[in-house]
Design a protein. Structure first.
Ligand code: IPM
Ligand code: MG
Length: 361
């Protein structure tokens, strides 16, 4: 049966980068890949059209789909809305409702872009890290939460960091499975010197690896040290596994090691292998509508989708090769521009990848 993809462009540069992804999917379909896709509303765009950032129809379509491809959500116009109506709630709701607990965020430096990093080339050349971020638990979802008024009249803000053993076990297993396909080294990041919740995290991670993955080399770092090590000597890492909030922060940091957050895709998977795929970058409202966004993170997310949810690893490789080919040809969107290269628009970049894909099969 044809696999079905739900496409959610979202806000800001979302629609522009998703248009380039659709172009690629159409080339693949024309070449015989059996899949179909439809579009839905999410985030601020959904709020404007329906009054909620995650309409029931979107959720129902997402549950039916084999994979979801998302652009980006959010923007300044919605920042003053109550929390439950903000675009980000649409994304968080989708993650929770689909049970997408495992977020894979690769930080890979394309050799053509070694000069784009703010770090010295020798520190980042050949960088290839995978951050496995827990995505449906921790302080993002813990109860109680909110802003409340104390007996003395003072307001206080509350969020709760909570992880069950089960939640820790399953994300550590996913990270181990990922590490087995790579160098077999896993670094678990916590704050076990201060937070009991992550003391449990460390204990469970240690047990899972000892009992189930003896071939994995496990190390532990406190999150502050991990942040420092990431900018000091990032190539020491193979796979990092960490909680929702720490993963959010460390993955932005790791992304910048590669020069541009505009180059990195991500996969969010549930227990059945269904996944949501999105670029790591946000909706970039400051450049939206100007045609200068970098679509490559979205195209590389499509490659991840083909690999992890659609069982088409060869097609995934073709997309990755086409992206490498346009970089080799010197095409650069402004975020990755360097002297001697050719600056191109979002659309021209998408066209070039589509053309290479066309020629390569
Ligand atoms: C991310 C983003 C989201 C997060 C926001 C948009 C809710 O920063 O995917 O990293 O915090 O998870
Ligand atoms: Mg983030």
């Amino acid at each position: 049966m044809a696999k079905h993809i739900l496409i959610l462009p979202g806000d800001g540069i979302g629609p522009e980068i998703i248009a380039e992804a659709r172009k690629i999917l159409e080339v693949l379909i024309a070449q015989g890949l059996v899949l179909s896709f439809s579009e839905g509303l999410i985030g601020g765009a959904a709020y404007e059209a329906t009054g909620t950032p995650l309409p029931d129809a979107t959720l129902a379509d997402a549950k039916q789909a084999d994979a979801v491809l998302l652009g980006a959500v959010g923007g300044p116009v919605w920042e003053s809305l109550p929390m439950h109506l903000r675009p980000e709630k649409g994304l968080l709701g989708l993650r929770a409702e689909l049970g997408l607990f495992a977020n894979l965020r690769p930080a890979v430096l394309a050799p053509q872009l070694a000069a784009a990093s703010t770090l010295k080339p020798e520190v980042v050349a050949g960088l290839d890290i995978m951050i496995v971020r827990e995505l449906t638990g921790g302080i993002y979802f813990g109860q109680p939460r909110g802003i409340r008024i104390r007996d003395d009249g003072q307001r206080e803000g509350v969020n709760t960091l909570v992880y069950s053993e089960h939640e820790i076990e399953r994300i550590v297993r996913t990270a181990c499975d990922v590490a087995l396909q790579r160098d077999g080294r896993l670094c678990s990041v916590d704050k076990a010197n201060v937070l009991e919740c992550t003391e449990l995290w460390r204990e469970v991670a240690t047990r899972v690896v000892r009992e189930e993955y003896p071939e994995i080399t496990l190390s532990h770092l406190y999150v502050d040290n991990a942040a420092m090590q990431l900018v000091k000597a990032p190539k020491q890492f193979d796979v990092i596994v960490t909680s929702n909030l720490f993963g959010d922060i460390l993955s932005d940091c790791a992304a910048m090691l590669t020069g541009s957050i505009g180059m990195l895709g991500s996969a969010s998977l549930n227990a059945t292998g269904q996944g949501m795929y999105e670029p790591i970058h946000g909706s970039a409202p400051d450049i939206a509508g100007r045609g200068i966004a970098n679509p490559l993170a979205t195209l590389l997310s499509v490659a991840m989708m083909l690999r992890y949810s659609l069982a088409e690893p060869q097609v995934a490789q073709q997309i990755e090769a086409a992206v490498a080919a346009v970089l080799d040809a010197g095409l650069r969107t402004p975020d990755i521009m360097s002297p001697g290269m050719t600056e191109v628009s979002c659309q021209t970049m998408g066209d070039a990848v589509a053309q290479h894909l066309h020629g390569s099969t």
